[in-house]
Design a protein around this ligand. Structure first.
Ligand code: FAD
Ligand code: DHB
Length: 392
């Protein structure tokens, strides 16, 4: 198969890029390792920035989102058994949208199907070759048939455990990272949310997060040690811990109910600099990981797709390579802003040790967040989405 851009991975980054290139008449092939059923069922993030929604609206992919998403002004923070609302909307006139990544990916797959352009699921032995030439290729096997995609460029949108970040020459890259000694145990449950917008509870024993996907569907997370065995957490134990960490004097107790999904996600921060080598560009989780605190991962994947799509558009329309050459330096400052924000939230909201000094510093920061209008506005600027990088 011959195409202009071969896209590895059908997550938010790959599918958004595919659509933005399609709108510019650029021909792509998308290759995904998992089955369509698996990709459509994967429960992950759920908070979509205003900036991301604006882009999705502009490219015609937000119709269902506008009908079904929950529209939030900010989030709640609870500590010392009291609940505080951070209202970002009142400063910025923008919102955050709660819309499951699962729903967004379903919309993106449907949009891809409507274009009639190729999207291969269940690809095995996916390999990328010749990235240092101007005729790279992606090879894979699908339904017993070996396929070779010849392209001008390859977009590595295959996440942190994909192959694209492995084919680059590591001596030419800086990989900067932090791992945290904890993970998030996440559940999806048939219960009514305790607050009308998401809530982070900074309990001395650890964070709990109370988010939602609908009027009677909640998504909640518990900070747990990194080496946690999910099997050791019964439903009763999960509810007891969520209730303990979210106990407050100004709200009723958390409702408990049927847990329909559970998973464990490690916390880490990683940035790969640059995000490109030769004809290969890395996007989203393939290039960087943020800890889930602050819900930036999905949004960053889409902002990378936006940057690369403009760069490829300029290349095909005017033979202008500037955007391609500056892809990393254009995308990385926004990536670092998201890293700094996620780091701030992660270190403020999680229990890091049993040191009283730590807890008092965290409480002091939480008091600033909840009493200073300037601080509230500053958090809101990033939470609701910084502007996407402007083309070079
Ligand atoms: P992905 O969504 O990971 O998509 C990559 C795609 O590439 C996948 O479909 C994968 O199957 C495919 N792929 C992998 N290897 C290959 C290969 N060799 N060949 C072909 N295809 C391949 N963010 C939040 O903001 N909040 C959260 O609560 C949250 N929870 C998360 C929970 C988990 C378990 C994980 C893994 C991530 C979570 N994230 C969360 C992060 C967020 O979901 C990601 O940042 C986002 O999915 C990134 O999009 P992406 O397109 O870059 O990568
Ligand atoms: C959700 C995810 C997050 O990472 C977060 O910080 C808050 C909410 C969610 O899945 O709704």
């Amino acid at each position: 198969i011959r195409c202009q851009v071969a896209i590895v991975g059908a997550g938010p980054a790959g599918l958004t890029l595919a659509h933005m290139l399609h709108l510019q008449g650029i021909d792509t092939v998308v290759v995904e390792r998992q089955s369509e059923t698996h990709v459509r069922a994967r429960v992950r993030a759920g908070v979509v920035e205003q900036t991301t929604v604006d882009l999705l609206t502009e490219i015609g992919l937000a119709d269902r989102l506008h009908r079904e998403a929950l529209v939030h002004n900010g989030f709640y923070v609870r500590f010392d058994r009291r609940t505080h609302h951070l209202d970002f909307h009142r400063h910025l006139d923008r919102h955050a949208y709660v819309y499951g990544q699962t729903e967004l990916v379903a919309d993106l797959i449907d949009a891809r199907r409507d274009t009639g352009r190729p999207l291969f699921f269940d690809a095995t032995d996916v390999a990328v070759h010749d990235i240092d030439t101007d005729h790279p290729r992606v090879e894979f096997t699908e339904a017993g048939v070996h396929r070779r995609v010849r392209a001008d460029f390859v977009a590595g949108c295959d996440g942190f455990h994909g192959i694209c970040r492995q084919v680059v020459d590591s001596s030419r890259f800086r990989v900067m990272d932090r791992t945290y000694p904890f993970a998030w145990l996440g559940i999806l449950a048939h219960t009514t949310p305790v607050t009308d917008e998401g809530m982070y509870c900074a309990h001395p024993d650890g964070l709990s997060v109370h988010s939602m996907r609908g009027a009677h569907l909640t998504r909640q997370y518990l900070q747990v040690p990194a080496d946690t065995d999910l099997a050791a957490w019964t439903d009763d134990r999960i509810w007891a811990e969520l209730r303990r960490r979210s106990a407050a004097d100004d709200h009723p107790e958390l409702e408990t109910g049927e847990i329909i999904e559970r998973s464990l996600a490690p916390l880490r921060s990683v940035v790969t600099d640059p995000m490109q080598q030769g004809a290969l560009f890395l996007l989203g989780d393939a290039a960087h990981i943020v800890p889930p605190t602050g819900a930036k991962g999905l949004n960053l994947a889409i902002s990378d797709a936006c940057v690369l799509s403009h760069a490829l558009g300029a290349f095909y329309a005017h033979a202008d390579r500037t955007g391609l050459e500056t892809y990393s330096s254009t995308a990385l400052p926004r990536v670092w802003q998201a890293q700094a924000f996620s780091w701030n939230l992660t270190t403020t909201l999680h229990r890091l040790g049993d040191d009283d000094f730590d807890w008092e510093i965290r409480r002091a920061r939480l008091q600033r967040w909840t009493t200073s209008a300037d601080e509230e506005r500053a958090l809101g600027e990033v939470y609701l989405g910084l502007p996407f990088p402007t083309p070079w």
